[in-house]
Design a protein around this ligand. Sequence first.
Ligand SMILES: Nc1nc2c(ncn2[C@@H]2O[C@H](COP(=O)(O)OP(=O)(O)O)[C@@H](O)[C@H]2O)c(=O)[nH]1
Ligand SMILES: [Mg+2]
Length: 427
Amino acid sequence: MDSQDTICATATATGGAIAVIRVSGPRAIEITESIFSKELKTAPAYTLHLGEIRDGGELVDEVLVSIFRAPRSYTGEDGVEISCHGSAYIARRIVQTLIKNGARQADPGEFTKRAFLNGKMDLSQAEAVADLLASQSAAAHRVALSQLRGGFSKELADLRAQLLDLTSLLELELDFTDQDVEFADRSRLLTLCTEIEQHIHRLTASFQTGNALKNGIPVAIVGAPNVGKSTLLNALLRDDRAIVSDIQGTTRDIIEDVMTIQGIQFRFIDTAGIRSTTDKVEQMGIERSQKAVQKARIILLMSEPGVPEPQLEITSGQTVIHIKNKTPEFQAINGTGLKELEQQLVRSIPRVSDTETTVTNLRHYEALLKAGESIRQVRQGLEDGQFIDLLSEDLRQCLHHLGEITGGEIVTDEVLGNIFSKFCIGK
Ligand SMILES: Nc1nc2c(ncn2[C@@H]2O[C@H](COP(=O)(O)OP(=O)(O)O)[C@@H](O)[C@H]2O)c(=O)[nH]1
Ligand SMILES: [Mg+2]
């Protein structure tokens, strides 16, 4: 990718009343002017211009052109946004005309990539742009927006400052070890180190919730055949999603769908009733159910009078909600008790704090795990009375992994490619 290129792409989805074509790069204004009915060269930043787009002699559309000038634009470059009538054909024609006149079709995420390369945002903020576009619930939206606005970046900068403090304290001691003097107070080093370790740990711990919020909290509905699992799924989804019948073994595969309750997205998973069976297909379904149960964050364990709950192995991060169906208190079939169940589901999810960072991105989580491991080694070394010079390498590693998140450290083209190729074209 040549950052000297001028790129263009349609930035809006098809089907709207207007479409917006984005142009960015050193020749953005000049190229647009060459197909526009008015002069734009001297147009000040943030002005709007009504005029016509022509392809050769042919009128394509009457449009509104907005002017942005470097560095005060999304990408940090000169930019133009052309609002035209919302026809996929018109938008395509305008992009083609721009290309004919010297622009290049943008790659997915290329506008945001340029914003990152030009220092308009760090890597974690660029990733938040994609999360924001994909957000399906109020909670996911809130986390993405906070990350986009630099909440996480600020926290990482604080951590970095603490680590640099620790480094200089260590180096101070290193200067004096030659003279056999124990200079810096090891307990002070240890306190600082433990604080950093705990801070990183809090961030990695938030990933479990963060990741679930982004993709929907997995909730498995489990119980013996015929207790009403599929009926409950349909009730929760307000939809006839799963087949309900009084024949045991009706649900043979897992069925899942998402539903947002009070701003939190849940991913409900109806499982095949767990029983011993000789039917090969049903047995496969039961095995899938067991896997789904292992991955679930919440388990709705269903029974009915006279039918016991199946025995399950529950792991520490899982919440179990017991439901006794076909009783006066709960009837999946007519929605009795459903509101209370939904309240219970919402209450079982830790509220996303507005002040504390919630990590939602796997790449960030992995970098934080590595940073946490490095700082643990430093702490261990301090406790064991290891030589200081052996610890500075681990400290450097810790800084390096934190730097990977914001892109402050050198990030490879492969990492960048991975991140931005997931964006849509025009973003
Ligand atoms: N009386 C009553 N019957 C129910 C209720 N929920 C489900 N059923 C019936 O129980 C049978 C099995 O339901 P289904 O949802 O297929 O159970 P699953 O095998 O656990 O998925 C069906 O005949 C349902 O109509 C309920 O709340 N009350
Ligand atoms: Mg079923």
